[in-house]
Design a protein around this ligand. Sequence first.
Ligand code: FPP
Length: 243
Amino acid sequence: MTDLFEKYGLNPNVPQHVAIIMDGNGRWAKQRGLPRASGHRAGMETLRALIETSSQLGIKALTLYAFSTENWKRPITEVSALFDLVVEYFVKEIDELHENGVKINVIGDIEPLPQRSRNALVAAMQKTHENGGLMLNLAINYGARSELCMAVKKIAECVTAGEIAVSDIDESTIESNLYTAGLPELDLIIRTAGEQRLSNFLLYQAAYAELVFVNTYFPDFGEAEYAATIAEFQKRSRRYGGL
Ligand code: FPP
C-alpha cells in the first residue's frame, strides 16, 4: 500500500472528522451533454477513492452531504434517480465496505424515502454496526435547521417529563441530541464546485471547523485533491478563540 503521508507530504495531524459538500455533479454532467443523473452516478463512483483515502489516513469519521431537506424541490425524476443510486451503491459496495471495517450511519430523517432506499440504508447500518474502522455518515434528507429543531423538541420533552431542569441544559445536552452525537468533533468541511457557503449543513458542528472550498466538480474530486485539502488543513492555525 502506498504511504499517502509520504506521497502527499502530510504530517500525522490529520482531521478526525471530515465532512464533504459534494457539489457540482449537475454541472459536470452538463459540460458533457449528459443528464444530471449521470453526474450523480459519476459522483457516486468518486466515493470509493475518498473512503479508501480517509481510511488509509486514519481519519475517524467522514460525513457526506448526499441529499438535503431542500433537495425535494428538484424534479421528481432527479430525486428518484438519487434514491435509486443509494440502493445501487449499497448493492455494489456493502461487502467491500464491511470487509474494510467501515461503519455506516445515516444522519437525517429517512422516513419519507422510498421503502427500497430505506431498506438498503437500514441493512447497511445493521450489517456494519459493530465495525471499528472509518465511521461513514451519509447525510440524507438532512438539514441543520431541522436537526436543531429536533434537538430542541427532544430536550423540551425531557424537561416536561421532569428528567432534566432548564438550568441543566448546556452544550453537551444539545450535542447529545444532534444526529452527530458520539462522533468526533468536526475538524474540516470541504465543498467542491466553487460555491462558498454551508447550505444548511452541520451548522452547529461547524463552529470551529476549518473550511476548504475547491473549484473542482465533485465527480473529479479524487485522491490527490482530497490529500491537498488535508495538506491545506494542516497549514491552518487553529486557536479556538484563544491566542
Ligand atoms: C450536489 O450537486 C449533489 C447532490 C445533491 C447529490 C450528491 C450525491 C452523490 C454524489 C451520490 C451519492 C450517492 C450515495 C450512495 C451517497 P448538484 O446536483 O447540486 O450539482 P450542480 O450544482 O452542478 O447542479
